[in-house]
Design a protein around this ligand. Structure first.
Ligand SMILES: O=C(O)CCC(=O)C(=O)O
Ligand SMILES: [Fe+2]
Length: 334
């Protein structure tokens, strides 16, 4: 049976104005019913140029929100635009060309390649999104078979972005480390040091005739240590704050940072891995480029030994990152 991509389902829906029932969420998940419309505090915006207060602001936002936006991050706008253009051009290729990079159906271990989430969620609902996953760091983890050769600029554009991203990640990890009362290098060392894996995902959310009824990516926290995300200009990311789903407003040229589960664990719960989800648009294609910064698969992560004592007992198990992911993906308790 030929695999249906959401992109193709969306084209068909354009003419009928209806969508298949397995994309329609229960009311308690529908964005039309559950998006908070009242006044609410905005997700913090952190200016990287503000060196003096930086570490404090990053740590504070990571404890209270677990998600924040960064401006003046030092990645040139041309570098980001080039990454976005390459990704957009890939998804605009004819289906046959995109399918060359399809995930291997038999290989459940690897997330790499072009795909659509096959496994339905608990209520049997599907997300209105296709994606492309590429490991972009370290060089030993890269598998160029899954990197599109068309558009021809994809590889260089992605590698250039990856080089710039390292500086941002180092600054974030250093600030969090200091905020936790550790030496500047200790958090990065504990999460994998120079073996940290950068995993790029491109989310492609085609227009949907019923955006109030569907979700792109449903409610979740990221399994990563940190996630650094570039969105396009179409609003869609929402964070769960104080019991409400609130929009994370699109800010041109900003990076969105999520604290992932591994930093929550290492900090023994002081930093929060925030629930978030994405919505889609009636007329426009939304895209986003999260990079999941993750420990190597066989690296053990648990609360940092300097952060636990008799007064602060460990709240999380220490386990291999790959085991953590297996349990989370299969909904087995950690
Ligand atoms: O597209 C977005 O803004 C969020 C995507 C996301 O949370 C994810 O892919 O993990
Ligand atoms: Fe996410």
């Amino acid at each position: 049976m030929e695999l249906k991509r959401v992109q193709e389902i969306a084209s068909a829906s354009l003419s009928t104005g209806t969508i298949p029932a397995d994309y329609i969420r229960q009311e308690n998940e529908q964005p039309g019913m559950t998006t908070f419309k009242g006044q609410h505090p905005e997700v913090p915006v952190i200016d990287f140029a503000n060196e003096k207060l930086l570490a404090e602001m990053i740590f504070d936002a990571s404890c209270k929100w677990g998600v924040f936006q960064v401006v003046n991050h030092g990645i040139p706008i041309e570098v980001i635009n080039r990454l976005q253009k390459a990704g957009q051009e890939f998804f605009e290729l004819p289906k046959e060309e995109r399918e060359i990079y399809a995930k291997s159906p038999g290989d459940s271990k690897s997330v790499e390649g072009y795909g659509t989430k096959l496994q339905k969620e608990i209520e049997g609902k599907k997300g209105w999104v296709d994606h492309l996953f590429n490991k972009i760091w370290p060089p030993s983890a890269i598998d160029y078979r899954f990197w599109p050769r068309n558009p021809p600029d994809y590889r260089e554009a992605t590698e250039e972005y990856s080089r710039h991203l390292h500086k941002v990640v180092d600054k974030l990890l250093r600030s969090l480390s200091l905020g936790l009362g550790l030496e500047g290098h200790e958090l990065k060392d504990a999460v994998g040091g120079n073996d940290l894996v950068f995993n790029l995902k491109i989310n492609y959310y085609p227009p949907c005739p019923c955006p109030d009824l569907v979700l792109g990516v449903p409610s979740h926290t990221d399994m990563s240590a940190l996630t650094i995300l570039v969105p396009n200009e179409v609003q869609g990311l929402q964070a769960f704050q104080d019991g409400h789903w609130v929009d994370v407003n699109y800010i041109p040229n900003a990076l969105v940072v999520h604290i992932g589960d591994q930093i929550e664990i290492l900090s023994n719960g002081r930093c929060k891995s925030m629930l978030h989800r994405s919505t889609v648009n009636k007329d426009k294609t939304r895209m986003s480029w999260p990079v999941f910064v993750e420990p190597p698969a066989d690296h053990h992560v648990g609360p940092h030994h300097k952060l636990i004592n008799e007064q602060n007992p460990s709240k999380y198990k220490t386990k291999k990152f790959s085991d953590y992911c297996y349990c989370k993906l299969n909904k087995i308790s950690q």
